[in-house]
Every structure is written in C-alpha cells, then in structure tokens.
Design a protein. Structure first.
Length: 153
C-alpha cells in the first residue's frame, strides 16, 4: 500500500455509467470510420455525442459534433470498408483513461465522470488537441469553463 493514499483501483472500475458510455460511443465512432483502434480523437467525439456537461462546454466553446467528425476523419482518415469486429483502445486512449482517474483524484472524487475524461483529454498533449486547436479551443479554456459549470454528470 502506498503511504500517500489508499491502494489504487483499476481506473475503469471507477467510471460511472455516463463515462463508460462516452468510451462506448468513442468505440462506435472508431467503427464508423472503419478503425479497429479507438484513438483519443474518437473519445472527443464520444464526449460530444453523449451530451451532458462536457458536450455543452465543448459546444459553447465552438466545437460542433459534425464539424469535429469531419476534422477527425481528415486527421485520421477513413479505414478500409471492411467489417471491424471489435475495437481496442490505443495507448493514448489508455493514457486518457488513467489521467481521467487522476483528475477525479485531484478533485477529491472517487467516481470518474465524463468531465474528468474531458479534462484528461485536454491534459494529454497531442491527443485530440489538434482537433480542438482547429476550432480555436485551448485546454485552458476548457478547464476554465468546466470549473464554472455545474457538476454532476
């Protein structure tokens, strides 16, 4: 056991249903693009698709779902038109999952919510930041808007 805190649980076991739904929608977005790997950019699309506080913060910042889909497709391309039986998280997406748990810890919360996923996404350089940059949206702006948003998704 670490001296500084209780033992860490696996990050996914801490995700609430809405945060798990975000990751599920990210997988659906990857599949839509005929990809077998879920990249952080797909997590951004999952956040936008699922609604709630993160989607509102993103939309109020100028990030619109259909435009973001086009930006992600332009960045990652469209895979071969074959059936993708299952998708797996890319290493960068696993990092986002771990960072989301860290964000919950920093907030003093046990449960990981979609807001923590969005904070993790903007914390990880190079993940979905090029897509957000294309909308003129910075991680600092997202953090500021999330801090002033009501909590609870």
């Amino acid at each position: 056991m670490r001296e500084d805190s209780k033992p860490r649980r696996r990050p996914m076991s801490r995700f609430n249903d809405r945060a798990k739904r975000v990751l599920g929608m990210a997988g659906s977005e990857a599949t839509r693009l005929h990809r077998d790997i879920v990249e952080p950019e797909h997590v951004l699309l999952g956040l936008l698709t699922c609604g709630g506080i993160p989607a509102k913060v993103l939309e109020d910042s100028g990030v619109k779902l259909e435009e973001a889909r086009r930006a992600v497709e332009a960045m990652t391309g469209h895979g071969d038109k074959v059936e993708v039986p299952s998708v797996a998280p890319a290493p960068g997406t696993w990092t986002i999952i771990e960072l989301a748990a860290d964000e919950a810890d920093l907030a003093g919360e046990e449960i990981v919510r979609p807001e923590h996923v969005l904070l993790a996404l903007v914390r990880q350089p190079g993940s979905a930041t090029p897509v957000l940059d294309s909308f003129g949206v910075s991680g600092d702006l997202i953090r500021q808007r999330l801090a002033s948003a009501p909590s609870g998704s």
